[in-house]
Design a protein around this ligand. Structure first.
Ligand code: GLV
Length: 329
């Protein structure tokens, strides 16, 4: 009997036929998943591998998968997986770093331009008002990116790619990270500053950190109040890095000028979220990596990791907490 791989259906939908083509020689693929520990279809409980979207895998979920050897996250962030519980059970956790940095960086810049040039309002204006002789509404003027300061929280792989693009636009780069990146400082002419300075000086602020217990709510009321009233915040990392309630107040009371958000505390963003009716925000449905090329590269990376483990080898892309680990099961 071939081992079973549970594949989150979104992974198949993004890459029709690819997983079957590259894995069905060694495994049976089951395109099904779960929402929580109460809701685990019986047909996936004997899976030896998971190719996982954003479904939460905690201890209770793991108990239902006694044969599991690997969770291959289809993405770089793995805050939805309890890595230490996996490590205790000898389950590899892998992710897809690097291949998605360009796509996320491009979306980040896209959100910045959407905000600075009021593109969503401009689109609506053309469709509903521009040709109307009696129009009263005047589209507000935008602002340049050129000459502005971009503050980057987290100058890792994605933050770096954002900086490269922003530099090409003539922006000044400042960054805050738990580690100094001297090489990047030279190539980007980026200045390292503490978080407070970054908040005070940025015209655009973008976040590229993983969600951990240290980064959860790292941007709250105190931090938002330090920002310029003309500043924009962009988040393409994880929603919970920002205290969303404080952000809503900041946007409503104009402590900052606006926000470009691809990620939210609760996804899909509920229709009753105050963000839905705000005009100074641009919203996207967690599409940082959602391009044909990037989603294929991510799937191929998952495939490599799963194949390695099902063939008795160590996976090439373990999460940092499991680097160098060898599980014998
Ligand atoms: C997307 O959210 C990812 O983790 O890559």
């Amino acid at each position: 009997m071939k081992p079973k791989i549970m594949v989150s259906p979104s992974v198949r939908d993004d890459n029709p036929g690819l997983l079957e083509e590259r894995l069905s020689d060694i495994a049976e693929l089951v395109f099904n998943t779960f929402r929580g520990s109460e809701d685990i279809p019986s047909e996936i409980k004997d899976s030896e591998a998971m190719i996982l979207g954003l479904e939460p895998v905690n201890k209770d979920v793991l108990r239902n998968f006694p044969k599991l050897k690997i969770i291959a996250r289809y993405g770089v962030g793995y805050d939805n997986v309890d890595v230490s519980a996996c490590t205790k059970r000898g389950i590899y956790v892998t992710h897809t770093p690097g291949v998605l940095s360009h796509a996320v960086a491009e979306l980040t810049i896209g959100l910045m331009i959407c905000l600075s040039r009021r593109l969503v309002e401009a689109d609506n204006y053309v469709r509903t008002m521009w040709a109307n002789k009696h129009k009263k509404f005047k589209l507000e003027m935008g602002t340049d990116l050129y000459g502005k300061t971009l503050g980057i929280i987290g100058l890792g792989r994605i933050g770096y790619e954002v900086a490269v693009r922003a530099k090409a636009f003539g922006m000044k780069i400042i960054y805050y990270d738990i580690e100094r990146k001297s090489e990047a400082e030279k190539t980007l002419e980026a200045r390292y500053v503490d978080l407070e300075t970054l908040l005070k000086e940025s015209d655009f602020l973008t976040i590229h950190v993983p969600l951990t217990s240290q980064t959860r709510n790292m941007i709250g009321e105190k931090e938002l109040r330090l920002m310029k009233p003309t500043a924009y915040i962009i988040n393409t990392s994880r929603g919970a890095v920002i205290d969303e309630e404080a952000l809503c107040r900041a946007l409503k009371e104009c402590w900052i000028a606006g926000a470009g958000l691809d990620v939210f505390v609760s996804e899909p963003l509920p229709f009753n979220s105050p963000l839905i009716n705000m005009r100074n925000v641009v919203l996207a449905p967690h599409i940082g990596t959602y391009t044909v090329e990037t989603r294929r590269k991510m799937a191929l990376m998952c495939i490599e990791n799963v194949r390695a483990v099902l063939m008795g080898k160590t996976p090439p892309n373990p999460v940092p907490e499991q680097r160098g680990f060898v599980f014998k099961r």
